[in-house]
Each structure stands twice: as C-alpha cells, then as structure tokens.
Design a protein around this ligand. Structure first.
Ligand code: G3P
Ligand code: MG
Length: 243
C-alpha cells in the first residue's frame, strides 16, 4: 500500500508548496499528490483552487494572473506565515526536484471548473523533458483530461476521480476506458465497489485519509494507495503493519 502526501505534507505545511513536498518525502511518503492549473501566460502552476484567495495573500483567478504575478504571492499565508514566504511552484520546478527521487507523483489536472486548453499537452511535454514517464500517475475529476493524458502518455497510469457519488461500476468503467485506477473519496468505498474493481483488475487509490480509524478497513480492503494530509502518520501505520 502506497502513501501519498495530499498536496504534500499539507496537514502541517502550506499545501502545494515545495516545502510541503520535501517534508512529505522526508517523513516517508511513497508519493505526492498535487494539483495543476495554467497561468494567464500558459505556465503550469501547482495550486488547488481556481483562485488564489484562500491559499495566498493575493486575489483573483489563476487563469487571469501571469507567472510573474503569481510568483509574488505568498502561498505560506495558509498556515499564517508560520513557515515564512512560500512561492507557488511551477510544475517545471517540481519535476526538476523529483526527477532523481524514488517517488510517484499523482498529478491531478484541475480542469473541471476552468478548462485550460492544452494543459494535457503541456504536462506531457514536461514529463518528457525530465523523463518522468515511469514516476507519474494522472488523475482528474474531468475524465476527458485523463483520456487525453492516456493518449499522450500511454505508459503512465491514470485514475478516475469521483466525488459525491459511489461509482459501483468503477471497475467496469475503468476497464472499458483503460483507466488503471479508481480514485474515490474513501468514505464512498464499499465492499461491493472494492470487489467490483478487483474483479475488473482496476486499482484503488483513496483520498483524503486523515482519520486513522478508517485505516484498518482500507488496509483490509488492500487498496493500492492512500492520499492524506498527514503522510507521516499514514507511513508509520503502513510500516508497522508490514513488519
Ligand atoms: O486527488 C485527490 C484529491 O486531491 C481530490 O480532491 O479537492 O483535494 O483536489 P481535491
Ligand atoms: Mg487534488
């Protein structure tokens, strides 16, 4: 079972910053989950919301700000500046950092509210630039984005993110469309859904697991990956089970 730091080690550090990514790896995460969008001038930036208001000291839509403008904002604000000024990272900076590390990156394409034309092409270009084809897993709530990623990088696995609804036919759906993984909210998972995925050879990565109480069940279900804000706690749990 793999442990992914959700937006890095976001329980403790400012989400989707290089600091949070580095700390997740330091505490034993097998991978990082992060969210990508495009700046006004078409650069891939790592940020969760479509606006910068919640996580930085700025205001406005990511799509309306240039990279230069985004770089001036403080993404450390979300943790009350406790960790000092933190830049919004570009995906290029992230790839440069992780290219020699033994971690998997779950890149979530945030294309449901704002559709960024050619974001999939740009992400592909970056993955190829740093030869990260064996270390990437793509997901999106917008399944058109994962279909496109599969077209461009067939060797990289993809996961269909599902929100608000238990997809009891997720295994059939994944198999039919060539999605290797189902990415549900862990609270939506059931014995039936797990069995249906396993019967169809579709893996399961769940989010956002911050409750250790849930973990026993997830371990019993033998899900492939857990994505959580406290990778330190999750990694310690998994390692204790594997002893
Ligand atoms: O990819 C799992 C999870 O990150 C999906 O939801 O809103 O945290 O990006 P969200
Ligand atoms: Mg996400």
């Amino acid at each position: 079972m793999k442990v992914y730091g959700h937006r890095g080690y976001s329980g403790k550090y400012p989400e989707n910053t290089m600091l949070a990514f580095k700390k997740a790896v330091e505490v034993g995460a097998d991978g990082i989950e992060l969210d990508v969008q495009l700046s006004k001038d078409g650069e891939i930036v790592i940020i969760h919301d479509e606006t910068v208001d919640r996580t930085t000291d700025g205001k406005g839509w990511v799509k309306d700000l240039t990279l230069k403008e985004l770089k001036k904002l403080d993404a450390g604000k979300i943790k009350d500046g406790k960790w000092g000024f933190q830049e919004i990272p570009t995906f290029d900076e992230y790839c440069q950092w992780c290219k020699d590390l033994d971690i998997i990156t779950n890149v979530e394409l945030k294309t449901s509210i704002v559709y960024y034309p050619e974001i999939e092409e740009k992400v592909t270009e970056m993955v190829k630039k740093y030869k990260l084809e064996k270390k990437m897993l793509f997901s999106s709530f917008n399944h058109l984005s994962i279909v496109r990623m599969k077209q461009f990088l067939p060797e990289c696995p993809v996961g269909a993110l599902i929100e608000n609804d238990a997809l009891t036919y997720a295994g059939y759906y994944g198999k039919k469309y060539g999605f290797e993984y189902y990415h549900p909210d862990w609270e939506l998972l059931s014995d039936e859904a797990v069995k249906e995925c396993k019967d169809n050879g579709v893996g399961i990565n769940v989010w956002t697991v911050n409750d250790l109480g849930a973990f026993e069940k997830l371990y019993e279900w033998d899900v492939d990956g857990v994505i959580g804000n406290y990778p330190e706690v999750l990694a310690a749990y998994v390692h204790s089970k594997q002893k």
